[in-house]
Design a protein around this ligand. Structure first.
Ligand code: NAD
Length: 422
């Protein structure tokens, strides 16, 4: 362990290569690792340096393309950015089995985001609530004045809600401004409006405003997908029934639901990331929505149709945009949008929710039949082979041996690599 001070005066003002040099010096980083950071691949260093603070380099994540997807009658390739093996393959498989049924049908509730303003120190919260609601026209004017560009694109203030929430130190009056953010995810847009509005709320009510920030529980911005898989396409009625039983387990038990929803997010997050959108915003919204009944449940629902086929539906908040954040800035995100020929945030949300449903189908199917480990074997074996030191053609050779032996373990991989190298 090298002991060093992590305090560097003015570090944030340095150029990325100077920062890297400073960090490398203090940590005694080897030249190879330092050179590795300096290679920023398909994200120019100047761009990266403007996206976040204290940049020293970039990190590449594989982008795979899901095939076979039909969303609202249109075939498309879906780029997915993920570090996890089997995620892309799972979508391809699920989408392939859905093709004879016509693929995925989607809908959305529009692009409404919520920002909250916290009001404290009011002795008469019920009256304060009504006073705020009376000011709807003023509130609309204050909000819309902050974003004429958004207005030009058909967005802006949409609705007003005021709730009384019991806090540990008494009631708080919480104003929700509901704003149509069109093709933007909208965090900055609504935060700006909430900050502009807060002083007026304090003045009208005589209270004290504190937080002014969007809610990631974007339950006015839901995306929905439904899809029917023909029983004969998925291995018959026993597989179908097993999948419904697997869903029922997830819906009844939070321990299972967490993993079930994680599977959905494997697909959702991969498309959200590939398009430069905020993965944490979508993830926090999804999990909060899954718990909206007071118990954490499955985001998807599965049932048998009257024709004996399997029907799956997924409904979740999906705050994604084509503008703002990294979406416009990251060249890979722009290229991914081009592959999908996306012209609206609404269409992107529809594709994302469809991928989430496809991912969920694939996970339920494999869990209700062979179990996950069998399918993971081959890619997992390749990773283990690399960990054991295999390079180039050795990777496949060692991985095949591991799969054939039915034991994917680092010590076995090392043994096989030794044998291979004679
Ligand atoms: P933004 O402010 O960069 O862009 C949105 C603006 O673009 C709009 O306000 C509008 O003025 C303009 N615009 C131009 N054309 C538009 C169109 N067709 N539709 C809509 N607006 C158009 O970005 P944003 O979407 O407001 O904010 C997103 C960023 O905020 C993300 O990077 C996210 O990570 C970050 N963020 C998230 C949180 C959170 O989720 N809790 C909090 C703060 C910031």
């Amino acid at each position: 362990m090298h002991s060093y001070s992590s305090r560097i005066e003015g570090f944030h003002k340095q150029a990325p290569d100077d920062r890297l040099r400073l960090v490398a010096e203090r940590t005694h980083l080897d030249a190879g690792s330092a050179a590795h950071f300096a290679d920023t691949g398909n994200l120019p260093l100047e761009t990266a340096n403007r996206m976040i603070e204290n940049v020293i380099g970039t990190m590449s994540i594989p982008v795979g393309v899901a095939t076979n997807m039909i969303v609202d009658g249109r075939d498309l390739f879906v780029p997915m950015a993920t570090e996890e093996s089997s995620v892309v393959a799972a979508v391809c498989n699920a989408a392939k089995q859905a093709r004879s049924g016509g693929g995925f049908v989607t809908s959305t509730t529009g692009s409404l985001m919520i920002a909250q303003i916290q009001l404290l120190d009011v002795s008469d919260p019920e009256t304060a609530r009504i006073k705020i609601l009376e000011r709807r026209d003023d509130i609309k004017a204050i909000c819309d004045a902050k974003d004429p560009v958004l207005l030009k694109f058909g967005g802006g203030f949409h609705d007003l809600e005021v709730r009384i929430v019991d806090g540990a130190r008494g009631p708080m009056v919480i104003t929700h401004i509901i704003v149509d953010t069109r093709d933007a995810m909208g965090a900055n847009a609504v935060n700006t409006m909430a900050e502009a509005l807060a002083p007026s709320i304090a003045e009208w009510t005589g209270g004290r405003t504190l937080l002014r920030i969007l809610s990631n529980l974007a339950d006015r911005r839901l995306a929905r997908a439904r899809c029917t898989w023909k029983a004969e396409d998925i291995g018959g009625t026993a597989v179908r029934d097993g999948m419904v039983e697997a869903f029922q387990f997830a819906d009844a038990d939070p321990y299972r639901a967490t993993t079930h929803n994680k599977g959905i997010m494997n697909g959702v997050t991969a498309v959200v990331l590939a398009t430069g959108n905020d993965t944490r915003a979508v993830e926090s919204g999804a999990h909060a929505y899954a718990a909206r009944s007071g118990r954490y449940r499955s985001l998807s629902r599965w049932e048998v149709t009257k024709d004996g086929d399997l029907s799956g539906v997924l409904e979740m908040p999906l705050a994604v945009g084509l503008i703002g954040g990294a979406t416009k800035v990251h060249p890979t995100a722009q290229a991914c949008l081009k592959i999908m020929e996306i012209d609206s945030a609404d269409r992107l949300a529809r594709i994302v929710v469809s991928v989430g449903l496809a991912q969920n189908f694939a996970a339920l199917r494999v869990l209700a039949t062979t179990g996950v480990q069998k399918g993971h074997m081959s890619l997992h074996a390749q990773n283990i082979a690399i960990m054991a030191g295999a390079a180039g053609e050795e990777i496949d050779a060692v991985a095949k041996k591991l799969v054939a032996r039915g034991t994917v373990r680092i010590d076995i991989a090392e043994e096989e690599l030794k044998t291979l190298r004679g």
